[in-house]
Design a protein around this ligand. Structure first.
Ligand SMILES: [Zn+2]
Length: 336
């Protein structure tokens, strides 16, 4: 039986999911796991089309993520292979998985109950100094770009997960990248960038920026999370922050402990809502890119978060903004 989109809440547009990377690059170790097909329901990983529909997940920024080795060896080649995997998936889906380039296409997919996928690069590694690749990737559907993942690019430096990285902000090329993203209509993503780069993005971008998958530093002091000044700055620029479901970013003790309660996820939403209002917080689960609370488990757990927010007294209009309205408003402001 075909699973239809759960309409208990407005369709969720998720700021960050890594499922396409998982198709080929599985968890290391033996025995190797077989390839996973996004169109077929699985108990493995965190998201596929049937589970997305059960969870009311209408679409996402589909992240093109590269390991350090791939970014260094052949970033353009690996990025194109992942994008081709997404197009192939769309081709096989009979209209149930759609590569969207406009807000109207995303909304049409929601109405049809089809999955709305929008390309994002988690790091500008495939873009060279001349920026020549950027226009081509834009034409292929790239609509969101993080100047750096947690490593350095020629444009910016990420917050480090290990070896020390420069603490300086955008390079001169990084400033040109921002201007070109503004011109083409590509949303800039501040998740993973270091603080100096963050403030340069705020200063340089003429349009709203987002943090596609970050949490609240006042609750969990992880380097990947945003402090209150950063949250206010994203809000003042008209942007939004996708709450990441990674245990280490949610928990005050930053432990890789999956006993994290749903209530703690709701607290991150609360903090941003109380600080800057309901127009600047969204979902940014990081499904298939991290370990999430056992209470959520996978995309089918999303309604638990919506119900927790509703029980806290969130209005229907707030839930609509959080589920998809805020990301789509930013998209309307930035995309051409
Ligand atoms: Zn990430």
């Amino acid at each position: 039986m075909t699973v239809t989109l759960n309409r208990e809440f407005p369709p969720i547009f998720d700021g960050h999911e890594d499922f396409i990377t998982q198709v080929r690059m599985r968890t290391p170790g033996f025995p190797p796991k077989p390839p996973r097909d996004f169109l077929t329901e699985s108990n493995d990983g965190q998201v596929d089309l049937p589970r997305a529909r059960r969870g009311g997940l209408g679409g996402c920024f589909t992240s093109i993520y590269l390991t350090d080795e791939r970014a260094e060896m052949n970033a353009v080649g690996y990025a194109m292979r992942e994008m081709d995997d997404v197009f192939t998936l769309a081709d096989r889906s009979a209209g149930q998985f759609r590569v969207c380039r406009t807000v109207a296409e995303v909304r049409d997919a929601f109405v049809a109950g089809a999955f709305a996928s929008v390309f994002m690069f988690e790091g500008a590694d495939p873009i060279s100094w001349s920026l020549k690749e950027l226009r081509v990737f834009y034409e292929a559907g790239l609509r969101c770009l993080a100047p750096a993942w947690s490593r350095s690019t020629i444009f910016a430096h990420g917050v480090s997960f290990g070896d020390a990285l420069p603490e300086t902000g955008l390079t001169l090329s990084g400033r040109r990248l921002v201007a070109e993203c503004n011109r083409l209509g590509i949303i800039l993503d501040a998740s993973h960038i270091n603080p100096a780069g963050f403030w340069d993005l705020i200063a340089e971008s003429r349009y709203p920026i987002i943090a596609s998958h970050s949490c609240v530093k006042a609750i969990s002091p992880h380097v990947r999370n945003l402090d209150d000044d950063q949250i206010r700055a994203i809000a003042e620029k008209g942007g939004t922050i996708g709450i990441n479901f990674a245990n280490i970013f949610l928990r005050p003790d930053m432990k890789r402990d999956a006993s994290t309660p749903v209530d703690l996820i709701a607290q991150h939403f609360d903090h941003i809502l109380n600080l800057v209002g309901d127009e600047h917080v969204s979902f940014g689960t990081d499904f298939d890119g991290t370990d999430v609370p056992d209470a959520i488990r996978d995309a089918t757990g999303l309604p638990l978060v919506c119900r927790a927010l509703k029980e806290r007294g969130y209005a229907e209009s707030s839930l609509e903004r959080i589920c998809n309205g805020n990301f789509l408003r930013v998209a309307e402001d930035v995309w051409k």
